[in-house]
Design a protein around this ligand. Structure first.
Ligand SMILES: Nc1ncnc2c1ncn2[C@@H]1O[C@H](COP(=O)(O)OP(=O)(O)OP(=O)(O)O)[C@@H](O)[C@H]1O
Ligand SMILES: [Mg+2]
Length: 320
C-alpha cells in the first residue's frame, strides 16, 4: 500500500533519466528504458519513470520504473524452469544487471485474444476480412475480444529506431535468414509455454493476460535465453477478468490495466500523438502511480515498498 504522503513526496523524485557521469557507456535508449554497457558480458537496464502514449514520451509517473522492473523480475523467477533468463542481479528497485546476449532479430508476440486497435493488430486484420494472420489461419465467425481457440505466435521484425515493427510469418523469417527454422520453432514453442504460464498465474490474481511480447537471445555459449522484459504492463495487455464478459457482451472494451488512464487523459486534452504533448498534472501522475502500484500488488501478492533513492549510486556500487 502506498500512502498519500508518499505519493505527494514522490512527485519530485520521479526518474526521467539517469547520469552515470561517464562511468558506463550508453548502449541504447528506448522510450522507457536506458541500457548501459558494463563489459562484454553484462548490461545494466534502468527502467525510468517515463511513460509513453501514442508512441510518445509524455512525462513521468512516479515509481513506474520500480513497478515495471519489479514485475519483470518477479516473472523471470517464475518462468526460469522453462528456459534460462538474462537476469543476473538487482542493484536497485528499478535496475537490473543482465547477461549480455545476442538478440534474435524478431519480437515474438503471443496473442490469446482477438483484440487490438492498431493497424497491425489481429482484430483490425480480422475485421478487414483477412483470414490469414502471420501465417495462421483464422476461422469464420470470431468476435471482437474473444478468446482465440489456441494462443497464436505472431512475430514482428525489430525495426530500427523510429521505424515501426512489421508483421512477418515463420516462412518469411526463415526465407530471409533472420532465424533458422529449428531455432524459430523452439522460440515459438517456448513462447507459447511462457504465455500459458503467464495466463495461468495472472488468472490467480483475477487478471487475463490478453497478449504479450517476448524477446530472445543467444548467450556467449549459444544457449537460448529469455532477454528484455517479461509480462510487464508495457509489453503486455492485461484485463480484469471479473467484468470481461459483461463488458464485451455490452460492446465495451475490456477494462485494461495498461496505460489507458494516462492515454485517456491525453486524449481528453486533444493529444493523440501529434505536436507537443500537454503537461501531465500532479493529480494524474499520482493516480497513474497508484494504479501501477495496485497492479504490482495484485499480481505479486506482495506489498510495494517505495524506494526514493536514485539508482546511479546503487548500480555503481554493485559493479565495483
Ligand atoms: N540481455 C540482453 N542482451 C542484449 N540485448 C538485450 C538484452 N535484453 C534486451 N536487449 C535489447 O535491448 C533493447 C531494449 O530496448 P527498449 O525496449 O528499451 O527500446 P526499444 O525497443 O528501442 O523502444 P521501445 O521503447 O519502443 O520499446 C532491445 O533492442 C532488446 O533486444
Ligand atoms: Mg522494446
Amino acid at each position: 500500500m502506498i500512502t498519500q504522503a508518499d505519493l505527494e513526496r514522490s512527485l519530485d523524485h520521479a526518474v526521467h533519466s539517469v547520469d552515470f557521469q561517464g562511468r558506463l557507456t550508453r548502449h541504447h535508449s528506448g522510450k522507457v528504458r536506458d541500457i548501459f554497457v558494463v563489459d562484454d558480458h553484462r548490461l545494466v537496464f534502468v527502467t525510468s519513470d517515463r511513460i509513453s502514449v501514442f508512441d510518445r514520451v509524455v512525462g513521468t509517473v512516479p515509481f513506474k520504473g520500480q513497478v515495471l522492473s519489479g514485475i519483470s523480475n518477479w516473472w523471470m523467477e517464475r518462468v526460469a524452469d522453462l528456459l534460462p533468463h538474462h537476469l543476473l542481479s538487482v542493484p536497485h528497485a528499478s535496475c537490473v544487471i543482465a547477461k549480455r546476449c545476442r538478440p534474435l532479430p524478431v519480437e515474438v508476440i503471443v496473442r490469446g485474444y482477438l483484440t487490438g486497435n492498431s493497424s497491425t493488430s489481429i482484430w483490425t486484420a480480422y475485421a478487414n476480412g483477412l483470414r490469414t494472420y502471420c501465417g495462421h489461419h483464422l476461422p469464420e465467425g470470431l468476435t471482437r475480444h474473444q478468446l482465440l481457440p489456441e494462443p497464436l505466435v505472431t512475430p514482428t521484425t525489430k525495426g530500427d529506431v523510429g521505424a515501426h515493427d512489421e508483421l512477418i510469418s515463420r516462412e518469411e523469417i526463415v526465407a530471409q535468414g533472420l532465424v533458422p527454422a529449428d531455432l524459430y520453432d523452439r522460440i515459438s514453442e517456448v513462447a507459447v509455454a511462457l504465455y500459458r504460464r503467464g495466463a495461468e498465474q495472472a488468472a490467480r490474481s483475477g487478471l487475463l493476460l490478453a497478449d504479450t511480447k517476448y524477446e530472445f537471445g543467444l548467450d556467449e555459449k549459444g544457449v537460448l535465453t529469455l532477454i528484455d522484459e517479461i509480462h510487464t504492463p508495457d509489453s503486455s495487455r492485461y484485463w480484469f477478468a471479473a467484468d470481461y464478459e459483461a463488458r464485451v457482451a455490452a460492446g465495451q472494451e475490456p477494462r485494461g490495466l495498461d496505460k489507458d488512464y494516462v492515454r485517456n487523459y491525453m486524449k481528453s486534452q486533444g493529444f493523440t500523438g501529434d505536436g507537443e504533448p500537454p503537461a501531465l498534472p500532479a493529480g494524474i501522475r499520482m493516480e497513474a502511480a497508484r494504479r501501477y502500484i495496485e497492479l504490482y500488488e495484485l499480481l505479486t501478492g506482495a506489498g510495494f515498498v517505495p524506494d526514493f533513492s536514485r539508482p546511479e549510486e546503487a548500480v555503481l556500487a554493485r559493479l565495483d
